[in-house]
Design a binder for this molecule. Structure first.
Ligand code: ADP
Ligand code: MG
Length: 618
């Protein structure tokens, strides 16, 4: 038998190594930005095209490279940052593995231009798939520019694996945020497809946070400062009332390196204990400085996890520092959330003071009273129209301004299952007889000819709302309820962009926008039945749904919007319903096209046949 083991050729080894370093365009962004920081740049420009799939370019004014270093920088394990294993324990640089440029060059077309301040002329190198195509003397400014084009050009499987531009851009923006937050003293600019997304001057930390997350962030921030022998903490936590449903504003930096640490995150949650509503997360932007000897950042290839020598101590210090800040800024005493949410909403209405109570009428109105063609049969409608006044009526705006009753319009849309509604219920379900009851404030139980029906109230209502929203969006007409005072909501530029993309669909559900800038969204009308207090939650939920599952086609955008709104507005488990409401929900459900499943494909009801029940008694 001959020997069979071979050394892999360099370009193959590089491609394999690249898999670990470069998962997506955002990984390239991170590596290049970090190299620019390690080169002591004071200004860094990030330019991307097509969410980085076509181009990722980083230009810095740092210390540049000599001709030899420029060529060597693409070799694997070539680094200027450590010389021996001991250096690993006092790292002051982001990079140290010497793998990034080699890996990137293995799977993309790379153009490097670089010049040191002391040199007249610089160097330009072109590499494609680890092969050097050209190396020339070049007239170029001091610093370095690395352009990475056509990522994964030689690994089609990886290229196909990339997500939509929106998702990839989101990842890139996340990386950009992390790096820019860790280095407020460096100026950053970020362009995507020719338009400027960020332009951040050299500034202090508070200004940097506010620049990235929007002007309104300023009033949310509570400073946290603490210095002990082992740990220095500086930065901000968000006031509890500005906590978010998502974890998108949680940042830990250790020695100016972004890290993820569930353990330290827990310390913050512990400090906020009793201050947050269920499923809300505090915002934080915290910089921890520790002796590099006491941490090991070598445990994860993408380096967002690190190991601390003495985690328990850090935990305790962090928790007490945050608690102290919350207390000092008088946040802890204002704990009554039931109270607070109505007094102090996280958004501001313009000119709110004068006559706000008029809008209270809306609060008593049950969202699902209006959502089905069959509404009229039941008491709900009466309920919501009680004591109509001229001004109340004028709050309704028919978007198509046909002036006729919108219910008539909806009734033109017929459902295949309409016919079934009458017959599946037991004969005894005549007017006046109670045919449903609620179990555990979660299920609605009803009788069928053949047995028993158990409906999950939350899923059922999601189905009803979902089909309704879909219908409204598709036929492009919905009734809108005008707000007495415009509602101003604050978002990050990224979030506003998502809303902007969904604007016309949102309008078809009944939202009316009067202003939509990078920072602020002004809403003057909402879909009928949507309580004003829910609007910010609905939009936040929608943004996070879009970020997690970005639709590529129009069809799925509509679908996602309808699902998201249905999820936000559906009757929750634990909510008690009177018998009229129960019946109305049951009827609305069976008037749906697909009553059997929730919008996310979970069963909405189960049935139990009399036969099955009888068997249980044997
Ligand atoms: P690492 O950052 O782990 O050292 P890289 O592959 O990212 O490895 O970079 C290799 C080397 O190339 C770096 O150690 C540095 O000397 C040099 N280099 C890379 N980018 C730059 C830059 N923007 N400016 C100056 N030198 C750079
Ligand atoms: Mg590097």
């Amino acid at each position: 038998m001959t020997d069979i083991i071979q050394l892999l050729p360099d370009h193959v080894a590089n491609q394999i190594a690249a898999g670990e370093v470069v998962q997506r365009p955002a990984s390239v962004v991170k590596e290049l930005l970090e190299n620019a920081i390690d080169a002591e740049a004071s200004e860094i420009k990030l330019i991307i095209k097509d969410a980085g799939k076509t181009l990722v370019q980083v230009i810095d004014n740092g210390k540049g490279m000599s001709v030899t270093d420029a060529r060597l920088s693409f070799e694997r394990h070539a680094t200027s940052k450590i010389k021996s294993a001991e250096d690993l324990f006092q790292l002051n640089t982001k990079g140290f593995r010497g793998e990034a440029l080699a890996s990137i060059a293995a799977i993309a077309h790379v153009e490097l231009k670089t010049k040191r301040p002391e040199d007249e002329l610089g160097t330009a190198i072109e590499i494609e798939g680890s092969t050097v195509k050209s190396q020339e003397v070049s007239v170029t400014p001091t610093g370095t520019s690395v352009a990475v084009k056509n990522l994964f050009f030689n690994i089609p499987a990886r290229r196909n694996f990339l997500k939509s531009d929106t998702v990839e851009l989101r990842h890139i923006t996340d990386e950009f945020h992390r790096v820019a937050l860790a280095h407020p003293n460096i100026a950053f600019a970020f362009y995507h497809n020719g338009s400027e997304l960020f332009n951040l001057p050299n500034e202090n930390y508070r200004q940097r946070v506010v620049h990235i997350f929007g002007n309104k962030t300023n009033e949310k921030l509570v400073p946290v400062e603490e210095e002990t022998e082992v740990l220095k903490i500086s930065g901000f936590v968000g006031k509890p009332e500005y906590s978010k449903k998502t974890r998108s504003e949680q940042f830990f930096f250790v020695n100016q390196r972004f890290i993820k640490s569930p353990y330290l995150n827990h310390a913050i949650s512990a400090a906020f204990e009793g201050l947050l509503k269920d499923s809300y997360h505090p915002s934080y932007f915290l910089n921890l400085t520790v002796d590099p000897k006491t941490i090991d950042i070598n445990i994860h290839p993408t380096k967002t996890e690190i190991k601390f020598d003495d985690e328990h101590t850090l935990y305790a210090i962090l928790r007490s520092a945050v608690k102290h800040s919350l207390g000092q800024f008088n946040i802890a005493p204002v704990l009554d959330f039931e109270h607070q949410s109505s007094l102090n909403t996280p958004y501001s209405y313009k000119d709110k003071a004068a006559s706000a109570p008029a809008i209270e009428v809306d609060r008593s109105f049950n969202p699902f009273a209006d959502d089905a063609p069959s509404t009229k049969q039941y008491g709900q409608q009466k309920n919501h129209k009680k004591a109509p006044t001229a001004s109340w009526e004028s709050l309704y705006v028919d978007l198509e301004s046909k002036g006729n009753n919108s219910n008539d319009d909806f009734s033109q849309v017929t459902f295949e299952s309409d016919a079934k509604t009458a017959s599946i219920f037991s004969d005894s379900s005549v007017e006046g007889t109670k045919t449903t009851f609620q179990l555990q404030q979660k299920y609605i139980v009803s009788t069928l000819k053949s047995g028993m029906l158990i409906i999950d109230q939350n899923r059922a209502h999601q189905r009803v709302l979902y089909e309704n929203f879909l219908k409204h969006i598709t036929i492009k007409e919905a009734t809108s309820q005008q707000l007495l005072f415009p509602l101003q909501l604050h978002f990050t530029p990224n979030e506003s962009n998502i809303i902007k993309n969904l604007k016309s669909d949102l309008e078809h559900t009944g939202f009316v926008f009067s202003g939509l800038t990078e920072e602020e969204i002004t809403i003057t009308g909402v879909p009928v039945g949507v309580p004003e207090s829910e609007v910010s939650i609905i939009l936040e939920q929608l943004i996070s749904d879009v970020e997690n599952d970005v639709p590529d086609t129009n069809f799925s955008t509509t679908d996602l919007l309808a699902k998201s709104m249905a999820k936000s507005l559906a009757i929750k488990n634990g909510q008690s319903l009177n018998s009229t409401e129960q019946e109305h929900l049951v009827n609305s459900l069976f008037a749906c096209k697909e009553p059997n499943v929730s919008p996310t494909n979970r069963p909405t009801f189960i049935t139990m046949k009399v036969d099955d029940i009888e068997k249980k008694f044997m």
